[in-house]
Design a protein around this ligand. Structure first.
Ligand code: ATP
Ligand code: MG
Length: 264
């Protein structure tokens, strides 16, 4: 039986890719939130989605997570179409939205139990996963604390634990560390690194460019489009930092748009 590394390599070589977007477009009335987005993400990698506010990151992630239907174009996850084979895709992914809904009046353990009930995880497996994911998140000492009484960083780690309990092949996280302190952010990324080792494919949006540096690959989004799709070092290129590279790339696109608008 092949190990997870062999499986990962096999999936990498497959022309299909784990997440494949082709010509994806989504509008809300007259507003275009995602325009002509195409990419192919291999399995077993951490891909960062970075970009300006309102760039369309959440809209794109919601389409990948089957929460929103594209206006046009197609998205396949693990070979399945997110619209026509929605339930198959849902079974494969874990999705943590930008505002993840924990039950504030339930304890840490009860929140996790709620998610395990949804996925029908029982018996010894349920105990194993509770230990593993609350342990990962450093939450084992806080199992009886109300979620509403956790710190912001602990809430995010509990949210991640709740998404991980069904051990999805693909993890989609929308700014999971927003407002979280550097120590908790580091712990959070250690969990992601361990998940990657087990072969999971992770797509994570972030406003923190030190986190962007930890990714195998970055998608840079601005104004509904993907401006760059490359390894962090390539995106950084000749610039002093990833931040500077992003600002300059975004400025260059905006300047070109302004010139077009004024016919210069
Ligand atoms: N349900 C909706 N109805 C109407 N407009 C929407 C809807 N969802 C998003 N938009 C608009 O689409 C654009 C992209 O929004 P989106 O939330 O995807 O951006 P984002 O990159 O996630 O931004 P942020 O970094 O602030 O989270 C914005 O102009 C937003 O106002
Ligand atoms: Mg967003």
């Amino acid at each position: 039986m092949p190990g997870s590394a062999d499986r990962r390599m096999a999936e990498d070589r497959s022309p299909a890719g784990m997440i494949v977007a082709s010509g994806v477009h989504r509008s809300f009335g007259a507003l275009t939130a995602v325009s002509d987005v195409s990419f192919r993400l291999p399995a077993g990698r951490i891909v960062g989605l970075v970009g300006s506010d309102g760039a369309g990151k959440t809209t794109l992630l919601r389409m990948l997570a089957t929460m929103l239907v594209p206006s046009s174009g197609t998205i396949r996850v693990g070979g399945l179409d997110v619209v026509r084979e929605r339930s198959g895709v849902k079974g494969m992914i874990g999705y943590m939205p930008q505002r993840f809904g924990l039950y504030q009046d339930l304890t840490v353990a009860e929140n996790l139990d709620f998610f395990m009930d949804i996925y029908g995880i029982t018996g010894a497996e349920r105990r194993r996963r509770r230990e593993r994911y609350l342990g990962f998140s450093n939450l084992l000492a806080f199992t009886d604390r109300r979620a509403g009484d956790l710190s912001g960083g602990m809430k995010q780690k509990l949210g991640l634990a709740c998404v991980l309990v069904h051990e999805p092949r693909v993890l989609i996280l929308d700014e999971p560390t927003n407002g979280v302190d550097p120590v908790s952010r580091q712990e959070f990324w250690q969990i992601l690194a361990e998940m990657k080792q087990s072969g999971m494919t992770i797509l994570v949006s972030t406003a923190y460019l030190d986190e962007g540096e930890r990714c195998d690959r970055l998608l840079l989004m601005h104004n509904a489009r993907i401006l760059a799709d490359a390894a962090p070092a390539e995106v950084r290129a000749e610039f002093a930092s990833l931040e500077e590279a992003m600002i300059q790339r975004i400025r260059a696109v905006d300047a070109a748009l302004t010139e077009d608008a004024f016919g210069r």
